[in-house]
Design a protein around this ligand. Sequence first.
Ligand SMILES: [Ca+2]
Length: 77
Amino acid sequence: MATEQELQSLFDKLDRDQDGKVSLNEIFLSPGLSTILSLETNTNSPQELLSQSNLNKNDSITYEELKEVVKKAGNFN
Ligand SMILES: [Ca+2]
């Protein structure tokens, strides 16, 4: 389970270059955070997360997209 604040904080830590998007590469750079991300989104891999959330068909995810996946997984508090 994650609150809005926790999710935002997780996203900001993952977004190393602070461009407002978390890329596949940024997820791979943070294995610990990646594990939390998998739990919150009920996905088995960053690739699966991207395929579930990828509204723009690119290799990165915005905060709003991430939030939708967490909500769908029933983990948004
Ligand atoms: Ca980024």
